[in-house]
Write a protein that binds this ligand. Structure first.
Ligand code: PGA
Length: 250
């Protein structure tokens, strides 16, 4: 199983600061073995970063969002073929911030996933329940439905090119991480839900990342769980030393 640590920089860092962080990561990444490092800077920096990152290195680029149409009159948007043409290998879709602030639905997520796969970009598909859904004990159903609608119409062959990130909304940016038991339980449920519609041997190879206040202090315990294959890291990805400590936690 691939191990992945992905940094979601969100809407942070001016260009000069972002380049500084990138340079630190590129330097330190040479000491990391057996873990794919992915960084998702603001879209504006992708072209410049693509030119700075060695194609054969440990660090890969991700976008934070995409529009599903390939081109046209969609002011302000960026398409999957545009990402692919720059060598951007991954794109986050369905992040809870996009769902809650920008009204992104499971149907939108589904269209974006299809557009990315058509262009040869790997979607990192975020799912996760809100706090009230966990209190009501419907968190497993909520996530299963997100998965079902997000991956509707895809084949098992398509699923060989996706990454899933479980990000409980109540854990994102709050400092309140899911316990390793809570993460393991949901990651196993995610694999179980995917097994219903897709070939088991493919599903067993889909990396399922944990996200939500993942940091250098808790990553080792989370990553020790059998179905936790890495992390999608927000706040702690903005410091090279923290991000690298997380990558060394396997
Ligand atoms: P956080 O964000 O690590 O700051 O909680 C994670 C994410 O939103 O992907």
């Amino acid at each position: 199983m691939r191990k992945i640590v992905a940094g979601n920089w969100k809407m942070n860092l001016l260009h000069k600061e972002a380049v500084q962080l990138l340079e630190q990561l590129l330097n330190e990444s040479t000491q990391i073995e057996g873990v794919d490092l992915i960084i998702a800077p603001p879209a504006l920096y992708l072209a410049d970063f693509a030119a700075r990152i060695p194609a054969d290195g440990r660090v890969k680029l991700s976008a934070q969002n995409v529009y599903f149409q390939p081109s046209g009159a969609f002011t302000g948007e960026v398409s999957a073929p545009m990402l692919a043409a720059l060598g951007v290998a991954y794109c986050i879709v369905g992040h809870s911030e996009r769902r809650s602030y920008f009204g992104e639905t499971n149907f939108d997520v589904n269209q974006k996933i299809k557009a990315l796969l058509d262009a040869g970009v790997c979607p990192i598909v975020c799912v996760g329940e809100r706090l009230e859904e966990r209190y009501k004990n419907v968190h497993v159903e909520v996530v299963a439905q997100q998965l079902e609608e997000a991956f509707d119409g895809l084949s098992s062959a398509d699923m060989a090119h996706v990454v899933v990130a479980y990000e409980p909304v109540w854990a994102i940016g709050t400092g309140q991480t899911a316990t390793s038991e809570q993460a393991q339980e949901m990651h196993a449920e995610i694999r179980h839900a995917l097994n219903i519609n897709f070939n088991e041997s493919v599903v067993n190879e889909i990396p399922v990342l944990y996200g939500g206040s993942c940091n250098a202090a808790n990553a080792a315990e989370l990553f020790a769980q059998p179905d936790v294959n890495g992390g999608l890291v927000g706040g702690a990805s903005l410091k090279a030393s923290d991000f690298m400590a997380i990558a060394r936690s396997f």
